[in-house]
Ligand binder design. Structure first.
Ligand code: PEP
Ligand code: MN
Length: 337
């Protein structure tokens, strides 16, 4: 249920929050420019008791939230969420590009890439230290050493970084090092991981599972938000279809759909969506036009030597070209780079 407050005074809000908690619900405060609402979430069966809060002095009305994603949806929270990653703001009319290699492979590789993507206009560095690989014999990532190298690359360039966390045990370690945590497609429905990450309060880049519906995707964001995480970025990265010419099929309609249903920023990862470097720029451009708030692009100084995802990685010069090509489209979409 959403409790629409008639008052914006802290003491009145605290009083209503207290009442919600007495009834056994979690209260999530949503302060908008026009109104303050409190989303009360918990066991659906007792919702009639929340309805009685309508008789409290500073409550304007109590409304049901019909969507299953109570906190991720626009019903309780209409204003677009901005996500802060270090000095960078995602959403709110800014177009943000996250770029870097699939995996951190060496000091030289990550530092060289960090400088190149920063110079081309990327705002956030990416790089996997813990890698979810299909084969247990494939490169699994540099782990803690990878985190250390990412920190070094960011100290040199002044960029924040995002990196994937794969297990609950890794969360503290990765959260201490990284500015943003990535939940990979394969873990999108690892509910205990989502809850653990939500409790860190760190911004999260949540990738869509390769066989997940939009509803399931938003329910995964809901897990993070229900634990107190506020800053989640949704990332469409392609879904599995019958097509084999591409690694996945980019669901471009997910962009306007997610923007309609949710207040969270929406990114597209055309690298994993296509699996081919030459399809990355056209799909990046389509994503901008479809209304995305940003892109996630894999860049490697020497893709042919890459330990993972070389075929879909752009060389720095091509990445620079991509940035130039999207610029007029970003402006056309009413955003700034
Ligand atoms: C990645 O970002 O390198 C990655 C493994 O992505 P996904 O989880 O979308 O496959
Ligand atoms: Mn990758």
């Amino acid at each position: 249920m959403v409790i629409v407050m008639a008052s914006r005074k802290q003491e009145d809000i605290d009083y209503v929050v207290g009442k919600i908690e007495e009834l056994g619900y979690k209260a999530h405060l949503i302060v908008g420019t026009n109104r303050t609402v409190i989303a009360a979430v918990g066991d659906e069966r007792g919702k009639f008791r929340l309805q009685s809060l309508e008789s409290l002095p500073h409550v304007e009305k109590v409304l049901p939230i019909l969507q299953p994603f109570k906190l991720a949806g626009r019903e309780a929270h209409d204003e677009d969420t901005r996500v802060r990653v270090g000095p960078v703001t995602i959403g709110g009319g800014r177009f943000c590009v996250i770029a870097g290699p699939c995996s951190v492979e060496s000091r030289q590789q990550i530092i060289e890439t960090a400088h190149a993507v920063k110079q081309a206009g990327a705002a956030i560095l990416r790089g996997g230290a813990y890698k979810p690989r299909t084969s247990p014999y494939a490169f699994q990532g540099l782990e803690e050493e990878g985190l250390r190298l990412l920190k070094e690359a960011c100290a040199e360039t002044g960029m924040p970084f995002v990196t994937e966390v794969m297990t609950c045990e890794q969360v503290n370690l990765v959260a201490e090092a990284a500015d943003m945590l990535q939940i990979g497609a394969r873990n999108m429905q690892n509910f205990s991981l989502l809850k653990t990450v939500g409790r860190t309060g760190k911004p999260v880049l949540l990738k869509r599972g390769m066989m997940s519906t939009i509803n399931e995707f938003l329910m995964s964001a809901e897990y993070i938000l229900s634990e107190g995480g506020r800053e989640v970025v949704l990332c469409e990265r392609g879904i599995r279809t019958f097509e084999t010419e591409t690694r996945n099929t980019l669901d471009i309609s997910a962009v306007p759909l997610l923007k309609k249903l949710s207040h969270l920023p929406v990114f597209v990862d055309p690298s994993h969506a296509t699996g081919h470097w030459d399809l990355v720029t056209p799909m990046a451009k389509a994503s901008v036009v479809a209304g995305a708030d940003g892109l996630l692009i894999e860049v490697h100084p020497r893709p042919e030597e890459g330990f993972s995802d070389g075929a879909q990685s752009l060389k720095p010069a091509r990445f620079l070209q991509l940035m130039k090509e999207i610029e007029p489209l970003v402006h056309l979409a009413g955003k700034t780079l």
